[in-house]
Ligand binder design. Structure first.
Ligand code: UDP
Ligand code: MG
Length: 312
């Protein structure tokens, strides 16, 4: 059994060495083969130098370096793409996640789960970061139907086989547990340690909540209708056309039976509106079908651009 740790890194030069030592310490007791995949997400500080130095002395420490900043989700995706382990565990580079929790995650996974999600019960962030996150967690739980306290925690353990086909972008790495459940997998949540950020800066503010909510709508829609957008748009289109037809009949009745002029009722205008919008919806459905064909036939890859790879 092999373990792949995946670390997204954006300007974390002070933390990387300490994190590496903590990971080594945490993995000592585990009889597991492992690799550490550090993904440098276009850092502007000296993170890459630190990573290169560690990679030189440790063959199991692998580095992927992006040409520019693509975001945490892209970094984690790239790490998963190049990983060889059967168990995947992403963790933040800023020392907020505690490598000592890796052991707990793996033993929970071995109880027969496909994902074990970390819950930062005593989250060491300020209130203005915790509140939007609580609202987001509530929303995600409601909409996905998968109840977790803490979707945003990077520290999670996954079985590779269940996530290998999934492509993620935007802020979507946090929805992975929901995907797994939708695919018939089993999810557990355990409390993990969370520490204050000591070095560097948090990369996100309030705007992330909005991005998360928009991505949530996309995820929900894609999940529900990806294979059948025509059923969604087409149904709306047909309903609108039906109402258009009825209001058309209505305006004809008004005119020819009751002798009310076309310009005295809103019905003719309504008919035109409903018919146009109805056709528009059907066209949207067809367009979505075409896009999906293109997406599938071209392999649908997450966008990232790798400058170099080390030990890989
Ligand atoms: N990160 C990244 N690319 C980015 C932003 C962040 O790889 O564009 C990494 C960052 O270096 C850290 C992790 O993602 O290891 C989480 O970032 P941060 O601590 O800023 O977020 P938070 O703790 O608020 O979720
Ligand atoms: Mg952090």
């Amino acid at each position: 059994m092999k373990l792949s740790l995946i670390i997204p890194i954006y300007n974390e030069e002070e933390s990387v060495d300490i994190l590496y030592n903590e990971i080594k310490e945490a993995l000592k007791g585990l009889a597991l083969d492992y690799e550490i995949i550090a993904v440098n997400d276009g850092s502007r500080d000296k993170s890459i130098d630190v990573l290169k130095r560690i990679a030189q002395s440790d063959i199991d420490f692998k580095v992927i370096s992006f040409r520019r900043n693509y975001g945490q989700t892209a970094a984690i995706s790239a790490g998963i793409d190049f990983s060889q382990g059967e168990i995947i565990i992403p963790l933040d580079a800023d020392l907020q996640n505690d490598p000592a929790d890796i052991k707990k995650l793996i033993s929970k996974l071995n109880e027969g789960f496909d994902v074990v999600s970390g819950w930062r019960k005593n989250r060491q962030d300020t209130f203005d970061r915790r509140l939007p996150s609580q609202i987001a967690n509530w929303l995600i739980s409601r909409i996905t139907g998968v109840n977790l306290h803490d979707y945003g925690c990077t520290l999670k353990a996954y079985r590779k086989e269940i996530i290998k086909g999934i492509r993620f972008y935007g802020e979507m790495h946090r929805f992975m547990p929901a995907y797994v459940v939708w695919q018939g997998g089993k999810v557990a949540e355990i409390e993990v340690n969370h520490r204050e950020r000591k070095y560097g800066k948090a990369k996100y503010g309030l705007t992330r909540t909005f991005r998360v909510i928009l991505d949530l709508m996309t995820v929900k829609f894609l999940m529900a209708y990806l294979t059948k957008p025509m059923h969604f748009f087409g149904r709306m289109g047909l309903i609108l056309l039906l109402f258009g037809f009825l209001s058309g009949i209505g305006s004809l009745i008004a005119k020819f039976i009751y002798g009310i002029s076309f310009i005295l009722t809103p019905l003719p205008l309504l008919t035109v509106f409903l018919t146009i919008i109805g056709f528009q919806f059907i066209l949207m459905g067809l367009l979505a079908e075409i896009l999906i064909r293109i997406y599938y036939e071209s392999g649908g890859k997450t966008a990232y651009n790798i400058k170099e790879k080390i030990n890989l």
